[in-house]
Design a binder for this molecule. Sequence first.
Ligand code: AMP
Ligand code: GLY
Length: 426
Amino acid sequence: MNVLLLGSGGREHALAWKLAQAPSVTRLYAAPGNPGIAEEAELVALDATDHPAVIAFCQGNSIDLVVIGPEAPLVDGLADSLRAAGIPAFGPSRAAAQLEGSKGFTKDLCARANIPTGGYVRTRSIEEADRALTQFTAPYVLKADGLAAGKGVVIAESIEQAEIALADMFGGGFGEAGAEVVIEEFLHGEEASFFAITDGTTVIPFGTAQDHKQVGEGDTGPNTGGMGAYSPAPVLTQELQDRVMAEIIRPTVDTMRAEGMPYSGVLYAGLMLTAEGPKLIEYNCRFGDPECQVLMMRYQGDLAEMMLSCARGELDPAAPEFAADTALTVVMAAKGYPGTPEKGGAIALNDAQGTGAKVFHAGTAIKDGALVANGGRVLNVTATGANVTQAQAKAYEGLDRVDFASGFCRRDIGWKEVAREAAHAG
Ligand code: AMP
Ligand code: GLY
C-alpha cells in the first residue's frame, strides 16, 4: 500500500521508521517531515490545514492510508474530510477528537460513563471560577478547556496563585483555549500512560509508558512536552492494565460509539495511579511524543496493516506483539526550551547509532548542507535493554557521542524505575 504520514516531530520520525519497515508498505510519503523522516520517506510539501490539497495529493498518488500524527489536524477535522473523500485515515474524527480538544467534554463523558477521574467544575467566567474554587483545597488544578500545546494546565499552591492564573486564562493568556476553564480535584499518586487502539468497536491495548514532563532533573521546573520516556511502565502491572481497560478505556469507547461519535485511532490515557486505583487525568487523541518513540522500538507488527485495518473498522482483536525489552528515550532540547529555544545550533550526530541507539529527529533542519537545531525538542536518543537501567545506560552511551553545544538534556530519565530496580536487586 501507499501511505502518507502527516507531521514533523520525533513521534512522526518513529512512525515513519516503523512504517518504512512494514512489509505491506510500497511507498511512504511524509509531509512536511524533517531530515530524519527524509531518510525513511519521500517528503512532500503539503499543508495539513488545506484539506482539499491533502485529498488531491492522495488521489493523485494512489494513497491507501493517511496517518495523522499530531492532534491539531485531528481536532480540525482532517480525518472527516479524508473519509468523506473515501480515503482511509488513521485518527479520530473531529467529534471524537474532542476527547483531547476539550477537557470539559472529557470530564462530562467520564461523569456520564462513571469513569474514575478527579472531581471537577467547568467555568466560563472568572466569577464562576472564583466561586468554584471554594469547593476545592490546595493545590488547585486549573485547565484551559481547549488545545494549548501542553501549556494549558496550572497547578496553583494557594488561592492567590490560583486567582492570578485564572485572571491570565480568562484574560486571553491561552487564547481561545482559555474561554472555558476546568477546575479539578488534585490527584495524588504516580503518573503513567496507557495506549489503546480502537476502530470504534474493537479495542486492543497498545502498551504502557512513563514520561518526564518537567524540564529539570528530579522532576523539577516548568512542564514541557516531555523530556524522555520509557516503555513498558512496570508500575502498570497486568492487573492495573486490565482495570484501566475495563474501567476507563472500554466505557469511553462504548459511550462514544453509543452517542454517535465512534472513536477510531489511538487513544492515549494519562493516568494517576491513586490509592483507590487508576484515575484518568486526560486523554490525547494521538500517540505521545516522546512515548511513541519507545512504543515503536518495541512494536513487532506491521504498523501500516494495523492502522489500515483500524481505519477500515476491521481491527484485529488479537493482542499486538511487543518485544519484552524496555525501550528508553532521552530528549535533547535546545537551550531556552520550554521557553524560547535557541535556533540554528550545530549538531554532529557522529556515530551515535553505532552504539545500537536509534536517533529520532524532532526539531532539526538542514542548513547549508549541515544539520542544525530547529525547534525546542531537537533529538530523541533511544535504546533498548533488558530493563530500564540497561536501556538508560545504552541511550546515554549513544547520546554522549552527539555534539550539540547549544542543547541540553536530563541525565536522569527513568530515575524512579532505576531506583526501584536497584532496590529489587539489592
Ligand atoms: P494534562 O495536560 O491534563 O496532562 O496535565 C499536565 C500535568 O499536570 C499532568 O501530567 C499532571 O502532572 C498534572 N495534573 C493534571 N491534572 C492533575 C490532577 N487532577 N491532579 C494532579 N496533577 C494533575
Ligand atoms: N509526552 C506527552 C504528550 O505527548 O502529550
